[in-house]
Design a protein around this ligand. Sequence first.
Ligand code: UDP
Ligand code: MG
Length: 270
Amino acid sequence: SVELSIVVPCFREGLGLDRALKKIADTSRASVSSMEIVAVDDGSNDDTWEIITKCRVDNVHVRGVRLSRNFGKEAAIVAGLTAAQGRAVIVMDADLEHPPELIPRMIAAWKAGALIVNGCKITPQPTSRFRSIATRAFYAVFKMSAGMDLRRDSDFKLLDRSVVAALGRFPERVRFFRGLSRSLGFEQVDLDYSPASGTRSASGFSTFGLLRYAVRAVVAFTSRPLRWLGVVGIMGFALALVLGGHTLYMKITGRAAEGFSTVILLLLAT
Ligand code: UDP
Ligand code: MG
């Protein structure tokens, strides 16, 4: 059996993908007895799939998984985890933003008994001003609603086979991989890394794409925002009852101006 699988979600990575996969293989090879790379083409419309199928690396089996359309990074990760056969599975980006140099240390931590190794960034990713404000807002909301501080967490992780198997039992819950490992339990180790800058001109996600992603991430973990909305709804209803009662009282006691009670009651009812 294979000792290590490296799952790499790829969306329009054409340029540079071949070099990245080779670099990943070269930095990991010495740490394990055998390894494979599972490159998942997330419905790219460039030559990503071509490059994956043609990629040859010494002693490393590069296996391609091709999704029928662009399902998004989370789905690509799930597909990769399902296909991976290693006793340890590493998930990392295709653009070398996650430095392969961390891989030998992740494997060492795994061999020392860790079942999950989290790659934690020590410096924030280089993004636009708007993105960085939006990102901070997202993590604040996530912390408030789901009670987890994920500011330094990333999708760069190593999972033991037993953890992959646990995830396989509820794949529909894997909507926000970054936060999932923290909520799972298991013996975990955090390793710091500084994200390589200038690996890519821009994030592959659009602003609206990120917004949708953020909402899904929170909803995947907690129903607390839903309950907050429920409380707001009940308070609004209670207020309407009080005001309605007051309006009726004024009408009955003849202190209301002609026609006003009808308008107020209709407004409160809607
Ligand atoms: N990715 C994917 N599907 C998508 C968007 C991105 O599989 O719809 C992959 C992409 O190829 C890369 C990783 O997810 O390997 C991170 O994407 P990117 O670097 O664009 O985003 P970042 O998180 O760096 O902003
Ligand atoms: Mg990136």
